[in-house]
Design a protein around this ligand. Structure first.
Ligand code: ADP
Ligand code: MN
Length: 414
């Protein structure tokens, strides 16, 4: 591991995330609970649903679907590589002289991190994950927090005050109305086409009676990184949105770019297909996760789209693996039988399960082999637990479902 630096492409959450100079590795200060959850996810066997080995027995030997990449929670979260704690990398005799780099970084950034009460507060620890934005040249990125219930009612570490505060946040935002909320986003803006007026005139909901300049000056921060311009919309923007303009805000994220209409559509199509797969995955997972987020990104570098002929895999096994069992092509062949079978199999609200697709074009699913044009992942597992035999997490399933419905409407209007 080489040196760490501030991570520019962070869009939400506590300040102070880092990446290493290769760009492959992402680090953030984390609670022990998040580290524990990742550890259990990582070590759960390939056939099992997350850390719940007992549930194997309840699936009547039908394990086939678990072999599909994307059917397990761990296919969607970053790869967990370990942790770093202060002093762990100090030379033994160096104490008091040169603090090691990790210690310095933690001292520099830990003020920004509210480590809460309890034992978690004593020793800030970095969790080391793969950088989900590795391989992007000029990404636009959005963080969407899932669920209307934002705190775990069974977590004894959370005070009544915090439960109440976040319940109120939910009530007053799209967390409550839509079971998801935009926490922050950053748009690539190198040709400076995007500004406050442009956003409001293009995306405001003119149907409503009120003066709907829904992006306000205080929501926007102009930024520059590697001589390129970006525009960040902060969490105040996400919190100001309501059920009647959340669609405009999502349109703003997916459409405010200089990509061709066909490419814009492709990004939405691939995002929708990923959401379907993720939704199916959640139907089978017996977990409860509070305040997790979807991290969605797309590439703005047109040359990269050209080089890849607009083609990419739906799911990458970041960053070192080699799985690419889905691509972004339409299914062909005998899905009718399968569809009938599936309708019988599960009488869910919606069944989005896609057929397994063999992809000859891409036989390695890494981001090195298959640079991303867009991606969708689940992050922020600080408040996650497994609940054997208690069924799916309706709280986040609902959010994913509602998000899909809105993105579908945007897609169909293009
Ligand atoms: P917090 O507890 O501070 O909310 P998150 O896990 O949500 O922590 O991370 C904060 C931000 O860091 C996210 O909004 C996202 O922009 C970025 N981020 C988190 N994990 C990764 C990752 N593995 N790769 C790239 N960016 C990430
Ligand atoms: Mn977060």
């Amino acid at each position: 591991m080489d040196r760490f630096q501030d991570f520019f492409h962070q869009v939400a959450g506590h300040d102070g995330t880092l990446i290493d100079t290769s760009g492959l590795i992402f680090a953030k200060l984390a609670y022990q609970s998040e580290i524990d959850f990742y550890t259990r996810l990582q070590y759960s066997s390939p056939e099992s649903k997350i850390c719940n080995l007992d549930s194997l027995n309840s699936h009547d030997g039908d394990y086939d679907k678990y072999d599909e990449y994307g059917s397990r929670l761990k296919d969607w979260v970053p790869v967990f590589m370990g942790t770093l704690t202060p002093y762990a990398y100090s030379a033994p005799n160096n104490e008091g002289k040169d603090k090691d780099e990790i210690t310095q970084l933690i001292e520099k950034t830990s003020n920004a991190v509210r480590c809460g009460g309890g034992s978690d507060a004593k020793q800030p620890t970095y969790i080391i994950l793969n950088n989900l934005l590795y391989g992007y040249n000029y990404p636009s990125v959005i963080d969407i927090k899932l669920g209307s219930v934002l705190t775990d009612p069974l977590d004894p570490k959370i005070s009544q005050k915090k439960h109440e505060r976040l319940a109120l946040v939910s009530k007053n935002t799209t967390s409550g109305s839509n079971s998801f909320r935009i926490c922050g986003l950053r748009l690539f803006n190198d040709d400076d086409k995007i500004d406050l007026d442009m956003l409001n005139s293009t995306y405001s909901n003119r149907d409503g009676n009120r003066d709907d300049s829904f992006v306000k000056e205080e929501h926007i921060i102009k930024q520059s990184y590697n001589n390129k311009s970006y525009l960040k919309l902060n969490k105040g923007f996400g919190k100001s949105l309501k059920a009647d303009n959340i669609k405009q805000a999502l349109s703003l994220f997916f459409l405010s770019n200089s990509l061709s209409p066909i490419r814009k559509k492709k990004i939405l199509e691939n995002t929708l297909n990923r959401l379907k797969l993720f939704y199916n995955c959640l139907l089978d997972e017996e977990i409860r996760i509070f305040s997790c987020s979807l991290l969605i990104a797309y590439e703005n570098d047109r040359e990269k789209w050209d080089a890849l002929n607009d083609h990419e895999v739906l799911l990458r096994d970041y960053p070192f693996g080699s799985s690419s069992e889905y691509d972004d092509d339409e299914d062909d062949g005998d899905d009718e039988d399968d569809e009938e079978e599936e309708a019988e199999e599960e009488k869910e609200k919606v069944e989005y399960r896609r057929k397994y697709v063999e992809n000859d074009d891409f036989n390695g699913g890494t981001s090195v082999d298959n640079p991303p044009l867009s991606s969708l992942n689940l992050i922020d597992l600080a408040h996650a637990r497994s609940v054997p035999n208690q069924g799916r997490d309706e709280n986040i399933v609902e959010g994913v479902y509602n998000l899909m419905e809105i993105l579908k409407a945007i897609y169909n209007s293009l």
